[in-house]
Design a protein around this ligand. Structure first.
Ligand SMILES: Nc1nc2c(ncn2[C@@H]2O[C@H](COP(=O)(O)OP(=O)(O)O)[C@@H](O)[C@H]2O)c(=O)[nH]1
Ligand SMILES: Nc1ncnc2c1ncn2[C@@H]1O[C@H](COP(=O)(O)OP(=O)(O)O)[C@@H](O)[C@H]1O
Length: 220
């Protein structure tokens, strides 16, 4: 039988299970920028570091933005069952290693995923109760293209291919819990923080609530 955990004050403690916050968007809409700001502002939130076969961009740090691996290593990781989900996006493979996610959630920390709709569908299938999904839309197609060019990290033909895929990716918006149109970066970050604040209070994430309320009723 589970004994209610107590703090030194004698109050029964409510603990919280961590949640899995997914941010998806067409490439260039701003989810990496939003993610970086959230991680600075939310000490309870950790980034799920994906493995990818894509080349490192200038400014990216191996092991903190992505684990950069070759296709042979990626296939080995698949065969060893190390991924919670994985998908091919554009011409590269991307996957979420299981170990880090389990560690964070069980420690009551929240974990942020910058993954596409294919990965989100797999997480919804495997972990619906823990999942909170947010789709980020650009204010317009023209602004999306401007942002992809302004990032200046991909060649012109890569930008053209990302634009060509954007409509396809955006067609998945209805599979998400929340939608944010990223006009202003500060407002978008605050919207995600509001979602986090409310979602952290969901009944299903509270551990020890039955004992806590029982204690209240018994006058503790
Ligand atoms: N399914 C899945 N998608 C991922 C993962 N990591 C990144 N992605 C997605 O892959 C796409 C390309 O990412 P990236 O090459 O970093 O370019 P970005 O679109 O500019 O962020 C984005 O839609 C990411 O959300 C992952 O582990 N799993
Ligand atoms: N609200 C915004 N207003 C203007 N520019 C933005 C906004 N959000 C992001 N950007 C810029 O758009 C470009 C693409 O953003 P990024 O976060 O890399 O997108 P994604 O991760 O969705 O591909 C970057 O140069 C970023 O600074």
């Amino acid at each position: 039988m589970n004994a209610p955990s107590s703090e030194s004050s004698g109050f029964i403690e409510i603990r919280r299970r961590g949640l899995m916050l997914v941010l998806s968007s067409p490439s260039g809409a701003g989810k990496t920028t939003i993610s970086r700001r959230l991680l600075e502002l939310e000490p309870q939130l950790a980034l799920s570091v994906s493995a990818t076969t894509r080349a490192k961009r200038p400014g990216e740090v191996a092991g903190s933005d992505y684990h950069f691996v070759d296709l042979t290593e990626f296939n080995l990781m698949i065969n060893r069952g190390e991924f919670l989900e994985y998908a091919k996006v554009f011409d590269n493979y991307y996957g979420t290693p299981k170990a880090q996610v389990a560690r964070e959630i069980n420690a009551g920390r929240d974990i942020l995923f910058d993954i596409d709709w294919q990965g989100t569908q797999q997480l919804a299938h495997n972990a619906r109760e823990d999942l909170v999904s947010v789709f980020v839309l650009p204010p317009s197609t023209r602004e999306l293209e401007r942002r992809l060019h302004s990032r200046a990290q991909d060649s012109a033909d890569v930008v053209a291919r990302r634009m060509a895929k954007a409509a396809d990716e955006m067609s998945h918006w209805a599979e998400y819990d929340y939608i944010i149109v990223n006009h202003d970066i500060d407002a978008s970050v605050e919207s995600v923080r509001a979602i986090l604040r409310a979602e952290r209070l969901r009944r299903q994430r509270q551990i020890g609530l039955t004992d806590f309320v029982k204690g209240l009723r018994e006058g503790q």
